[in-house]
Design a protein around this ligand. Structure first.
Ligand code: ZN
Length: 276
């Protein structure tokens, strides 16, 4: 399943295709949107970004196209004159100065006024997106200490999209490893310095995954793994999917368990279990 960094990279591709350009055409398969298509022609696409797993296409008249790919949706970028060769069903097509972005198979698409976007039933439940909303270390620390979050174990909490949108399963394991924290630790138990380190890791690990197409491992560890012939799946992560292998930092065997019904990987030595 793609996590925030992968969705944002998909948004970037659509952004590079049509942002800063004027729409020549807009087409929607959904009857409730089809009637608005004509009113978008001549508008400019300001930006395409993401919030958690939703992709947001922002127009210069203050409207925003919300789309969620769920499991099957996919954007294809192409020349307006050249139809993509696909058996998928077309749901949205935006054409800007001859450059087209076509969304196939997605069913969750709607058009919003930007000021009312936070009323969207899905978005209204999400916390800020680390990649889109410019979250600072101080803001992340404050959020972790909010009463609704502070008493929860970090393993379950980090997957809660109400805390920060976009953190999924591989990011959770990687963030906790780099923060040196066991998944049962609760924010309220952390001294300020450790809480700051956790907040910093939430931002930096997510940012690295975005910048490096899903790689969260430290470069020196990744290159040592590559030199030994490890597959990308192995060298891209510090702990995720490395059960039984030696921890890069201390040599202990990485362990795997399940938290919130999803697998989590950790180093029992670098991420000691809290005493009760
Ligand atoms: Zn270790």
């Amino acid at each position: 399943m793609p996590e925030g960094p992968e969705i944002r990279r998909a948004a970037d591709r659509v952004h590079r295709q049509i942002a800063g350009r004027r729409l020549d055409d807009a087409w929607f398969a959904f009857p409730e949107l089809a009637g608005q298509a004509a009113s978008l022609i001549g508008r400019e696409v300001d930006a395409v970004d993401s919030w958690g797993k939703a992709l947001l296409t922002r127009f210069n008249d203050g409207r925003v196209l919300y789309s969620h790919n769920q499991l099957y949706g996919v954007w294809k970028l192409h020349d307006a004159e050249r139809e993509p060769d696909t058996g998928r069903s077309l749901r949205v097509r935006l054409v800007a100065e001859g450059r087209a972005a076509s969304l196939y198979s997605a069913s969750d698409v709607s058009l919003w006024d930007a000021e009312r976007l936070d009323e969207h039933p899905f978005l209204s439940r999400l916390g800020p997106d680390v990649l889109t909303h410019g979250v600072t270390v101080e803001q992340a620390m404050t959020r972790l200490l909010e009463p609704r979050f502070r008493r929860r174990g970090l393993g379950g909490l980090l997957l809660d999209q109400g805390l920060f949108a976009g953190i999924g399963n591989y990011l959770r394991s990687e963030i906790l490893f780099f923060a040196g924290l066991h998944h049962r630790v609760k924010p309220q138990a952390l001294e300020e310095e450790r809480l700051a380190r956790l907040a910093q890791c939430i931002l930096s690990v997510t940012r690295q995954a975005y910048d490096e197409a899903g790689v969260t491992n430290r470069e020196e560890w990744a290159s040592a793994d590559r030199a030994r012939g490890a597959s990308r799946r192995r060298w891209r992560f510090a702990v995720f999917e490395r059960e039984g292998l030696a921890c890069h930092a201390c040599g202990a065997a990485i362990e795997r368990t399940s938290v919130s019904s999803r697998r989590i990987y950790f180093c029992p030595s670098c991420q000691p279990e809290p005493s009760r």
